[in-house]
Design a binder for this molecule. Structure first.
Ligand SMILES: NC(=O)c1ccc[n+]([C@@H]2O[C@H](COP(=O)([O-])OP(=O)(O)OC[C@H]3O[C@@H](n4cnc5c(N)ncnc54)[C@H](O)[C@@H]3O)[C@@H](O)[C@H]2O)c1
Length: 356
């Protein structure tokens, strides 16, 4: 199969980790007889430096015309004070919106080999954590109107958090369908005791739940969810929530796995086009040092094969290779423990590729 992939390496460690994911994808093409064409697109700070905007119109068109998008990360201190209208993250939000990537899937899996890297006690981690956060990605407060104005002599800032029934229903369907393919258990996270958006969210989810009687459905408040993720994370299978709650909870959940560097994500539209990226940022503190963990990006590439290209065998091959490398005791610095073999970012990529 021939596929076109838009590669948005971005800033900080972005180019380092994306290079390792491509190394692994190339091994897949060799083994399974596919051909992937990569088109590089500048995004984030590097695009601001070169083109004056975080992504160009041409870059956006390349993404739209591709079969999928592979992203590293954007941002860094160098661009913290640029005009808010061209901040690096603006490009990410724009790609999500333009490609209509409304469903963000964030698996949180604690590999048994990394049990000790989890900050939770062994009795809480149990036989491993395996949950999936489905986050709404193109609505809510990140896309509502905002303003800062002077009222009675002081500045007042407002950010609106709009959600339509249609937006809630389409993410709800993705969550129920995903739960059907996993443990058939879905918790919908909201703040219905305070927010109107959450009350509409809950009402819509309840209506949908009647169409999926096989799924054990429950509502849970976001503050309680934050607590339960630490207290008893193995109770969860699939969690569905709005944009900002999902952003915060998935970073919290990532720590259960030992390192944010292990976490992949997929952002999906209603078709097969998707964007795949690790959930972490550009890690400016370790950029250019070849010590970042590339596994979150490599596992994102596996999700790309599974969700956009319908290549389940190939995706399994990447996940099995990651498992083997961890079994053999190789660790990047973020997941390193005494007695294991410390490797660099590029060594980790090669180790995974060699085991495919
Ligand atoms: N999707 C994105 O592109 C995205 C997401 C979050 C933050 N950001 C941007 O990234 C920049 C840095 O943000 P931050 O420091 O808050 O978050 P971060 O995720 O970049 O880093 C947080 C911590 O985790 C470590 N870390 C992250 N990824 C790692 C990896 N693969 N391997 C090993 N360690 C890793 C970093 O070294 C750092 O100590 C900011 O400009 C922020 O706006 C971008």
């Amino acid at each position: 199969m021939n596929k076109n992939i838009a590669v948005l390496a971005g800033d900080g460690i972005g180019p380092e980790i994306v290079a390792e994911a491509i190394k692994v994808l190339e091994k897949i093409t060799d083994k399974f007889g596919h051909s992937f064409n990569y088109t590089e697109v500048d995004i984030g700070g590097c695009s601001i430096d070169k083109h004056g905007v975080p992504i160009t119109k041409e870059g956006m068109e390349i993404c739209k015309a591709s079969d999928s998008v592979l992203l590293g990360a954007v941002g860094g201190p160098k661009w913290d004070n640029v005009d808010p209208s061209i901040r690096p993250e603006k490009a990410l939000l724009a790609v999500r919106k333009e490609l209509n990537l409304f469903a963000n899937l964030r698996p949180t899996k604690l590999f048994p080999q990394l049990k000790n890297a989890s900050p939770l006690k062994q009795e809480i981690v149990g036989n491993g954590i395996d949950l999936l956060i489905v986050r709404e990605l193109t609505g809510g407060v990140y896309f509502g109107s905002r303003e800062t104005k002077e009222v009675d002599g002081q500045l007042v800032a407002t950010d609106l958090m709009p959600y339509s029934e249609g937006e809630i229903e389409r993410i709800g369907r993705v969550a129920f369908e995903t739960a059907m393919k996993r443990g058939k258990k879905l918790a919908s996270v909201d703040k219905a005791n305070v927010l109107d958006t959450s009350r509409l969210w809950r009402k819509t989810m309840h209506r949908l739940s009647e169409e999926y009687p096989q799924v054990e459905y429950s509502d849970i408040l976001v503050d309680n969810t934050a607590m339960q993720l630490i207290k008893n994370p193995t109770q969860f299978d699939v969690l569905v929530t709005e944009n900002m709650f999902g952003d915060i909870l998935s970073d919290e959940a990532s720590m259960l796995t030992g390192s944010i560097g292990m976490m992949p994500s997929a952002s999906l539209s209603s078709g097969t086009l998707g964007m795949y990226e690790p959930i972490h940022g550009s890690a400016p503190d370790i950029a250019g040092m070849d010590i970042a963990n590339p596994l979150g990006t490599i596992l994102s590439a596996a999700m790309m094969l599974r969700y956009s290209f319908d290549m389940a065998k190939e995706a399994d091959a990447i996940e099995e290779a990651v498992n083997k490398v961890l079994d053999e005791g190789y660790r990047t610095g973020d997941i390193f423990e005494q007695g294991f073999k410390k490797v660099t970012c590029s060594e980790m990529g090669s180790l995974v590729a060699d085991r495919i």
